[in-house]
Design a protein around this ligand. Structure first.
Ligand code: LMR
Length: 390
């Protein structure tokens, strides 16, 4: 039977990790998968997570099953950070999910059970979005995410919403757009939110990088604006980046609705999907996040760590923007983009050439993880870019 399976390519982004690890050149530069790096090029465990893990080790008395919803203390502790301190908590509930990917999959599967047929999505997007939508058996309809000037294309979103059909959901990045770094501005969200309400297109907001753009509050602006206008939405959340828990797989799925019965059913459906998929999410990272968020000093330290990360990424962006023009590439827009990613207009040959000639690893789309750049390698990167693009 197994011989009938068709061969599958390795995930291109994850394959880059192995390619980079196998490269013996000490000056190689990893701008591939989206993990934060310090100015030394490391991805350390957060101080606040280390402290929470020490507490967990000392205090945790059991690892018995919790249930498909995972650690509800974690899920609820996040609510004021995501939805705002004054959000009506009767409108929202959630469950833990294995990472942001698990949360997006749960959201799509629950939406499908609720009658969703099609997902509208701006492109380019995180490649796994399209994969999850099609794996769930929903149709995908794309629209353009960025304009030629490099701003978020509000008109394209408006046109897609204008042509939407019953059963459509729209997948929006809450902040730190992956892969472009180009977010809708607050003024654009102010237009998007009432438009979603008037068209009735069901929003699914993926918030995977809160705190890595402009700050925890500013990065939630769009999500909160939308929820102030629409009666219902789904949210996929990831703590993998903003708590540095990548391989621990820490995410959450939230349903928002004013109908208490519908809220209960959304979560009950989520629980049956989880049970049939991974049964229960991994506990450790979520428990550590819960301990941080239930301790004022640890929360303050975690927020300070996020500030340090954001400051460093701003520094990288400023340095890239200061290069102004590298061959035909205008660098200034990178300075005003948000989060870990930006996209460079490079061809496949140029991306291969920068890897082979200079040991610079970036996604095949031209996406770079700007956190991979440091004081020690940024000039070499700009020179390498000039060499292949110039
Ligand atoms: C990325 O886009 O690099 C991250 O979200 C990691 C992943 O799972 O793709």
């Amino acid at each position: 039977m197994l011989e009938t399976l068709s061969p599958q390519p390795a995930d291109a982004l994850l394959a880059l990790i192995k390619l980079h690890n196998a490269d013996p050149r000490p000056e190689k530069i990893d701008l591939g998968v989206g993990v934060y790096r310090t100015s030394e090029g490391d991805t350390p465990v957060f101080r606040s997570i280390k402290a929470a893990e020490a507490k967990l080790l000392a205090e945790q008395e059991s690892k018995a099953y919790l249930g498909p919803e995972g650690d509800m203390g974690f899920v609820r502790a996040l609510i004021p950070f995501v939805f705002g301190k004054d959000f009506d908590t009767a409108r929202v509930d959630g469950m833990q999910a294995p990472g942001g990917t698990g949360a997006v999959r749960l959201a799509i599967e629950v939406a499908k059970r609720a009658g969703a047929k099609r997902v509208l999505m701006g492109v380019p997007s995180w490649p796994n979005h399209a994969q999850i939508v099609t794996a769930a058996g929903l149709e995908l309809k794309t629209f353009r995410h960025t304009t030629a000037e490099g701003t978020a294309d509000l008109d394209a979103l408006k046109a897609a919403l204008g042509e939407a059909m019953e059963g459509d959901i729209v997948l929006l990045h809450g902040c730190c757009h992956n892969p472009t770094g180009v977010d809708y501005t607050p003024a654009q969200w102010d237009e998007i939110a009432p438009l979603l309400a008037s068209t009735g297109v069901f929003p699914l907001i993926d918030l995977a990088y809160q705190g890595l753009g402009e700050g925890m509050e500013a990065d939630a602006y769009g999500l909160r604006k939308v929820l102030a206008h629409v009666p219902e939405a789904l949210v996929a959340y990831s703590c993998d980046k903003n708590f540095g828990l990548y391989r621990d797989r820490v995410g959450a799925f939230y349903a928002v609705t004013g109908d208490a019965g519908a809220l209960e059913r959304a979560l009950a459906n989520g629980a049956t999907i989880a049970r049939a998929s991974w049964s229960m999410p991994p506990d450790h990272g979520a428990a550590a996040v819960r301990l941080i968020l239930s301790d004022e000093a640890l929360t303050a330290d975690w927020l300070a760590e996020l500030d340090e990360m954001r400051d460093r990424m701003r520094w990288v962006r400023d340095r890239l923007a200061a290069a102004q023009q590298v061959g035909p590439i205008a660098m200034a827009p990178l300075g005003i983009q948000n989060g870990l990613f930006s996209m460079l207009p490079l061809s496949g040959e140029q991306i291969l050439a920068i890897r082979e000639r200079h040991g610079v690893y970036m996604a095949g789309s031209g996406r770079i993880n700007i956190a991979g750049l440091t004081d020690g390698n940024i000039e070499a990167f700009i020179a390498a870019l000039a060499d292949v693009a110039g």
